[in-house]
Design a binder for this molecule. Structure first.
Ligand code: NAP
Length: 288
């Protein structure tokens, strides 16, 4: 670990709870490997207003990762918010420039980076989202902002939430956006899609672990699969996809790449991605 002195810049994750966060392991490994005089901590925060006033007042407090439940509310305390985060309606990153607080969102762009690393172009692809929560929203807006998919299809369990996401996306892009029911439309939607993005907690430790929201028999080798769940590292959905030969991207790649983009926003330097990936995988193996 780097020496901590009067010049050390502080970054931290805020949320409630934060005890499960892998971000300190990833970012401290990156700061250590680059020799940058930064340190990263985790703070459980209930008083968000007090937290943000404190950050503004503390000159060495450079950056925040923001997680549940503060990703929307934190926007009220910022001086500026980048265009993508405004569209998504939440922020996962804060940068403190001498008391001026800027907000950004890196989950979606980090996910696009993971697709690039897997040599998958999303242009002209039919993309299926299974799940309509905050993570699906962040990735869908980044896709319609930065790529040219042929269409997006959003399947949800709760019709009103699905429709809100479909309507918000459709209002911000000319790419065709379709909605549907997870229960009724899954089979036909999987058949019509090139890329399937799993954005529910199904398959996660403690949440239907060992289950997949997409039945294995619907998968073809040509499908490209991304599962946002990273505990376990290989979900049942990923195992099923690999068994039929699909290109598959693990949830840890989203977590890693959103952190890579945060590191670059805070430090202005390229992130040591290999070091960060190793730290993340070790942390997941220690704490599966
Ligand atoms: P969220 O806002 O709570 O949304 C969860 C979505 O999953 C909602 O559409 C919800 O439907 C649906 N859902 C939950 N349980 C379901 C079930 N049993 N059957 C069908 N649908 C179900 O959560 P989120 O923030 O979007 O996160 C979604 C997943 O992505 C979580 O597993 C999270 O851990 C993971 N994630 C990963 C990363 C990463 O870096 N890899 C980042 C963020 C999130 P309703 O609206 O009907 O409740």
């Amino acid at each position: 670990m780097n020496r901590i002195d009067t010049q050390t810049q502080l970054c931290a994750v805020i949320g409630n709870p934060v005890s499960h966060s892998l971000s300190p392991a990833i970012h401290n490994a990156a700061f250590s490997a680059t020799g940058l005089n930064y340190a990263y901590l985790a703070f459980a925060v209930q008083d968000l207003a007090g937290c943000m006033a404190g950050m503004r007042a503390l000159e060495g407090f450079r950056g925040l990762s923001v997680t549940i439940p503060h990703k929307i509310k934190v926007m009220e305390y910022l001086d500026d918010i980048d265009a993508l985060a405004q569209k998504v309606g939440c922020v996962n990153t804060v940068i403190n420039n001498g008391g001026r607080l800027s907000g950004a969102i890196t989950d979606g762009l980090g996910t696009l980076r993971a697709f690039e690393q897997a040599s998958v172009s999303l242009n002209d692809k039919a993309i299926l989202f299974v799940g309509t929560g905050g993570a699906a929203r962040a990735v869908a807006f980044a896709m319609t902002d930065s790529c040219r998919p042929r269409e997006l299809r959003i399947l949800g369990r709760t019709p009103s939430r699905m429709q809100t996401l479909v309507d918000d996306l459709a209002a911000s892009t000319d790419i065709p956006i379709h909605g549907g029911s997870l229960e009724e439309d899954l089979r036909q939607a999987v058949a019509a899609s090139d890329v399937i993005i799993q954005a529910t907690p199904i398959g996660m430790h403690g949440h239907a672990e060992g289950k997949s929201p997409v039945p294995a028999e619907l998968l073809r080798a040509e499908h490209i699969i991304f599962d946002m769940v990273y505990r376990p590292m290989k979900t049942q959905f990923i195992k099923n996809a690999q068994a039929v030969g699909c290109v598959s991207i693990l949830g840890l790649e989203m977590l890693l790449n959103q952190a890579v983009l945060q590191f670059e926003l805070w430090t202005g330097q390229s992130a040591p991605e290999a070091v960060m990936r190793k730290a993340l995988i070790e942390a997941l193996q220690e704490n599966p």
